[in-house]
Write a protein that binds this ligand. Structure first.
Ligand code: NAD
Ligand code: DAU
Length: 334
């Protein structure tokens, strides 16, 4: 199979390319990535001799048309992905997440190429704390942030192109990923690198917001299964029953470094901060037989901490500028 992977220099995309190169070496991979602040060619270093890397924008219709004409399938990871940035400046989110997806859909429609769309559980809005409810494939869309609204919009485009033009598409909506190569702006790597730097972790609000954590490798194995065997037109939710509140996660990180679990600061809350996400992945498990391999979040977290300890040269150039960005957005200890 000839595969075009968009956003392959980002966190999940790079891990996906690593997985394909190691487990499915017959696959030919082309990565299309515009190398925004979140894209990092170094994340592909170990596989650069096995793939084609194209530096370009998914919203470039001509470039996308040319690339899609030469492949059998597209897996679309590229996005502006950080909620806090979407609150500060929504425009790049509309351009990349909506217009960029439109550009890919037009090309896969033209060449009848299989398309898998990577999306997020945030399109469903949030759940109450302590509620037994979880998101399913049939939960109504109710996005809260500019980021999640643009992801919801892109999902709707995929559904429309599938129904109206017969595009051979599947969609997956996954919960919060953690693992190697995640940008230091995101919660877990930000706190790990803060602790490495002798700084205190920073918790938004009261730290009681809940996220449903999944290791990035488990997410990507599910994506591969859906690409191979998923039903066209179907949405699959991906999650590993990993619900934890933010304060608990910070406590676990601190404990891994031998520091007291309450050695953190509460800081300004995120505007519109979603309270809780939780995924019911029954469909994926029963229909495609997927199960997560990382059964213990603590073990996965420990491996991730070790990765950040071993790969300081990967994250160090981005740390100070990211922290400056948070300060400029008005983050303050409360
Ligand atoms: P990321 O921010 O780490 O990486 C995004 C990548 O896309 C970067 O390499 C960036 O350079 C590239 N990119 C951005 N705009 C582009 C453009 N216009 N043209 C080409 N490339 C462009 O993001 P991530 O966390 O790896 O997320 C990947 C996908 O997974 C996104 O679609 C996101 O919505 C989705 N998702 C993420 C999570 C999570 O926990 N991180 C969970 C569920 C779904
Ligand atoms: O649910 C899937 C989504 O998960 C993806 O679609 C997004 O691309 C991805 O960024 C992630 O969104 P979140 O907003 O949940 O992730 P983030 O890492 O920004 O924050 C996780 C939680 O931690 C959230 O409740 C906010 C909180 N937080 C975050 C940061 C950066 C803190 O308390 N302190 C922080 O410093």
């Amino acid at each position: 199979m000839r595969l075009l992977v968009t956003g392959g220099a980002g966190f999940i995309g790079a891990n996906f390319v690593h997985l394909v190169c190691s487990d499915h070496p017959d696959t030919t991979v082309t990565v299309l990535d515009s190398l925004t602040y979140a894209g990092n060619r170094q994340s592909l270093q170990p596989v650069l001799n096995k793939i084609d890397f194209v530096h370009g924008d998914i919203a470039d219709l001509d470039l996308v048309d040319e690339l899609v004409s030469g492949v059998d399938a597209v897996v679309h990871f590229a996005a502006e992905s950080h909620n806090d940035n979407s609150l500060a400046d929504p425009w790049p989110f509309l351009q990349t997440n909506i217009v960029g997806t439109y550009s890919l859909l037009q090309a896969v429609r033209r060449y009848n190429v299989r398309y898998h769309h990577i999306s997020t559980d945030e399109v469903y809005g949030d759940l109450e704390l302590g509620d037994p409810d979880r998101f399913t494939e049939y939960t109504p869309y109710n996005p809260s942030s500019p980021y999640s609204a643009t992801k919801a919009s892109s999902d709707m485009l995929v559904r429309a192109w599938t129904r109206s033009f017969g595009v051979q598409a599947t969609i997956s909506n996954c919960s919060n990923n953690y693992g190697p190569y995640q940008h230091v702006e995101k919660f877990i790597p930000r706190q790990i690198t803060n602790v490495i730097d002798g700084q205190r972790p920073r918790l938004y609000g009261a730290g009681h917001n809940v996220r449903d954590w999944i290791h990035v490798e488990d997410h990507n194995r599910a994506v591969w299964e859906i690409l191979q065997r998923g039903r066209i037109g179907q949405t699959y939710l991906i999650g590993a029953d990993g619900e934890l509140d933010n304060k608990t996660v910070v406590g676990m990180i601190l404990e891994e470094f031998g520091r007291s679990a309450d050695d953190f600061d509460f800081v300004t809350d995120r505007a519109g901060h979603d309270l809780r996400y939780a995924i019911d992945s029954t469909l994926l498990r029963t229909e495609l037989g997927w199960t997560p391999r990382f059964e213990s979040f603590r073990d996965g977290l420990r491996q991730t901490i070790q990765w950040y300890r071993d790969n300081e040269s990967w994250w160090r150039p981005h740390k100070a500028v990211t922290e400056r960005g948070y300060a400029e957005k008005g983050e303050q200890a409360i």
